[in-house]
Design a protein around this ligand. Sequence first.
Ligand SMILES: Nc1ncnc2c1ncn2[C@@H]1O[C@H](COP(=O)(O)OP(=O)(O)OP(=O)(O)O)[C@@H](O)[C@H]1O
Ligand SMILES: [Mg+2]
Length: 318
Amino acid sequence: MPFLDVRDLTLHYATPRGPVRAVDGVSFAIEHPGEAVAVVGESGSGKTSLAAAIMRLLPSNVAAYTGQVWLDGRDLMPLAKEEFRKSVRWREIAMVPQGALNTLNPVMRIGKQVTERPLLEKTMTKAEVASRAQSLLEMVGLPKEVLDRYPHELSGGMKQRVAIAMALVMSPKLLILDEPTSALDVSVQAQVMNLLKTLKRDQGLTMLFITHDIALASDLCDRIVVAYGGEHVETGGSEGVLLRPKHPYTEKLIASVPKLKEAAQPEFLPGAPPDLVSPPSGCRFAPRCPRVFAACAKPPPAFTISEGHVARCWLYQT
Ligand SMILES: Nc1ncnc2c1ncn2[C@@H]1O[C@H](COP(=O)(O)OP(=O)(O)OP(=O)(O)O)[C@@H](O)[C@H]1O
Ligand SMILES: [Mg+2]
């Protein structure tokens, strides 16, 4: 059984227009501890909602929340709210939320923020908490003086490192990172990516890395899940997805990345992402797809292209 197994996960939000199908039957796996899997997709494709569904951090207007999430052989969905909060959230699955660097408490010293969770949970003595804070800071490449500083005294990159340290405080089995580098300029982005690579290599950290940037995803992650309109449209090894994309959406996503050394202009993807209240009844990408044909009027199942590489596209029906 995979280390993280997400099966048919669904999260809909209630709105006056009808349910928003932000996560609509998503399945994917992280096979082994230490593996990094990326979820890639454009804005509004349901990436943050997928993270929220896995962390069970749900807003009040949930219309549907179903499916299965297995972590390390344990079925999480049947757990009662309180049990999930106590034994899973932050302890086994932690998250660096989207825009985390802007959510640090401005009037609390970094040291206190990093270790707030274990103190709240009263699982460590004060001395243990202090030494944990120091080792976490070291792990994310910050000098220990930072513990005594306030957020406004830190750069964006330093704040993002603090946010990563905060998520790691309980030594989670799985770390979800929601767009951890989007708010950073390119050189700082590279530093944070290097930190994540180091954590993966040296600590064997298992990661679910959420991004709109397929190039970043393939650089860090072993596997890529491409999300479109609340669904997953292609899943495979990073190299396979990047070099031999199968789904027309993935092809377009890759073609839209500017390339330094080639004369070819980046392509634009015409049209808009589907309205998640009333998405197309067949393939959700069909209205924008250059290779659309009659079969696309029905929703495509996942077709296996090669071992571990699947695409939900009728082009691959055998
Ligand atoms: N609480 C909510 N109620 C209603 N609709 C919501 C709610 N939260 C998110 N949505 C909608 O769900 C869809 C998916 O949003 P989500 O934030 O998961 O996308 P995303 O892929 O993370 O986008 P981004 O790249 O901009 O962060 C969007 O259409 C969004 O407007
Ligand atoms: Mg998001």
